[in-house]
Design a protein around this ligand. Structure first.
Ligand SMILES: Cc1cc2nc3c(=O)[nH]c(=O)nc-3n(C[C@H](O)[C@H](O)[C@H](O)COP(=O)(O)OP(=O)(O)OC[C@H]3O[C@@H](n4cnc5c(N)ncnc54)[C@H](O)[C@@H]3O)c2cc1C
Length: 488
């Protein structure tokens, strides 16, 4: 590390954090990326991890490995809990260890989490889809539901509630999840069970809005709905979820009717909430937060009164920009260019402008919808385009090769290469959440007692080693030294 160089801290290892850090690789700066996970997560393919197509490693390569050759970048594991804008420091924690990292420029790209619209208790019964943990837990729940149904059916029990899968939220994630669960039930698993007919499984997609995929417009929304219904997905629009518990959900339809749906497996894909760091920044700058907790930024992505602080990606509220990967990538590159320009004396850039490269969502194998400029594509052509784009953006050669192999297995064949779900994955997280300080409770704190214990142990080991050496040197090993032990 060169400590006279301009210090850039980047918060987050998602699309904004990674592309911002990489964009600074040729700049005369020291970059420290602080992120709460050790991987870069390709969120658009989380649904394929949850439904057994891809492994978590294929969509979440280690950030450290991606940045290994970028000499001016350092990766620091930790959850940022505070940003002191006047003191220009970022405070992060991991397992009770605190780090305070100073900066000259800061790029905040902490993304967004799941929103349950004020009903956070739903999370226990209807996990969201934001992290690798979420996807693995959902994988366990989905494949586990079929297992429990088989067990129940073998004893003659009613298993309809186990074979009903509900996806809440008909945006791209909800559509992709519903389509994949329908394919699992109707195609992939149909020969694997003896007591249940997986093809009788219900997959229900629910949304309060009047159409699916609203950002794709009315026409693509309607064609997606038809495709989903052909796959056997029941699409309930204009329907609100008012309660969720272990065995089901309560729905309120547009006509005022309420209904209880018995379903053990629920997936929440219905809303986002900007990172908590938005509030930390808003309190210090007066920048407004919108209803989804996203922070208003200047047109050059900086915060009012703090031109050295940039906020990018899902955290920001600017010009109605959507929460998509390209907004984060382009915003982060823009911020990096501004930082470099200031150091090299280039004139300021024009305000940030997002270049919309298009959007796409898959419905099932060989079927997708895509929107590029005024072009609207559906079916196989859109699916091929989806395949090409996702291959380009999956990070790392190794991951591209294995992803293609897994796609061949799942799309041309009928298999799912990644159906493993362990008990620890499913229940471990819940157990950790119950500990007062989470995983930190499982490691001893680095306190004075621990230091003393370590020193005592070291002294013991040193003494033992000295004695070992003495025994060898004095040829006392095996030598007959004392009185013979009496045999009786
Ligand atoms: C299931 C799903 C499917 C999607 N599909 C698509 C799609 O098909 N196309 C598309 O364009 N977009 C899609 N998106 C949206 C896209 O993934 C996001 O817009 C994009 O990831 C935003 O990038 P970001 O850098 O702002 O945040 P993220 O990529 O979410 O990165 C945030 C980073 O910050 C870290 N972090 C968060 N809080 C802290 C903290 N306090 N301290 C330290 N680190 C922290 C996180 O660990 C993460 O590394 C999808 C999103 C999801 C969830």
């Amino acid at each position: 590390m060169n400590d006279t160089r301009h210090r850039v801290v980047v918060i987050g290892s998602g699309f904004g954090g990674l592309f911002g850090t990489k964009a600074l690789r040729r700049s005369d700066v020291e970059v420290t990326m602080v992120a709460k996970t050790t991987h870069h997560l390709f969120q658009p393919l989380l649904y394929q991890v949850a439904t057994g197509i891809l492994s978590e490693g294929e969509i979440a390569p280690p950030t450290r490995e991606i940045l290994a050759r970028q000499k001016n970048a350092t990766v620091l594991l930790g959850e940022v809990t505070d940003i002191d804008l006047d003191g220009r420091t970022v405070t992060s924690h991991v397992l009770g260890r605190e780090s305070v990292t100073p900066y000259d420029s800061l790029i905040v790209a902490a993304g967004a989490g799941q929103s349950y619209f004020g009903n956070d208790g739903f999370a226990e019964y209807a996990p969201g889809m934001k992290s690798v943990d979420d996807a693995l837990e959902l994988r366990g729940r989905i494949f586990g539901a079929f297992e429990l149904a088989e067990l129940g059916a073998s004893r003659g029990e009613d298993v309809d509630h186990l074979l009903t899968f509900v996806v809440v939220g008909a945006g791209p994630t909800g559509v992709e999840m519903a389509g994949q669960i329908a394919e699992l039930a109707h195609r992939t698993l149909r020969r694997d069970f003896r007591f249940i007919n997986t093809r009788t499984a219900r997959v229900v997609l629910i949304d309060a809005a009047a159409q699916v995929l609203p950002p794709f417009g009315a026409k693509l929304g309607a064609s997606t709905k038809r495709e989903l219904e052909k796959l056997g997905v029941e699409v309930l629009l204009g329907t609100m979820v008012t309660d969720v518990d272990e065995r089901g959900l309560v729905l309120k339809h547009k006509d005022g009717r309420t209904e209880r749906l018995e379903a053990v497996t629920k997936i929440w894909a219905a809303g986002v909430q900007g990172s908590e760091l938005g509030r930390v920044l808003s309190e210090q700058t007066g920048a407004p937060l919108d209803r989804a907790g996203r922070i208003g930024v200047n047109p050059d992505l900086t915060l009012p009164g703090y031109p050295e602080v940039f906020v990018v990606g899902d955290m920001i509220s600017l010009d109605n920009l959507p929460g998509v990967a390209q907004v984060a990538i382009q915003g982060a590159k823009y911020a990096a260019k501004t930082i470099d320009g200031r150091l090299t004396g280039r004139p300021p850039q024009k305000p940030f402008r997002y270049f919309d490269k298009g959007s796409m969502a898959t419905i099932s194998r060989f079927r997708a919808v895509a929107m590029i400029g005024s072009l609207r594509l559906t079916g196989f052509v859109a699916w091929l385009m989806w395949l090409a784009v996702h291959l380009v953006y999956i990070t790392g050669f190794k991951n591209r090769v294995t992803a293609v192999l897994h796609w061949l297995v799942s799309f041309l064949g009928r298999g799912r290469a990644e159906r493993t779900a362990t008990e620890q994955q499913i229940f471990g997280r819940t157990a950790l959440q119950r500990l007062e300080h989470g995983a930190a409770d499982l490691v001893s704190p680095p306190d004075g007692d621990q230091v003393r214990r370590v020193e005592e142990r070291r002294a013991e080991l040193e003494a033992a080693a000295i004695e070992e050496a003495r025994l060898t040197d004095a040829r006392e090993r095996g030598a007959h030294l004392g009185e013979p032990v009496s045999s009786g």
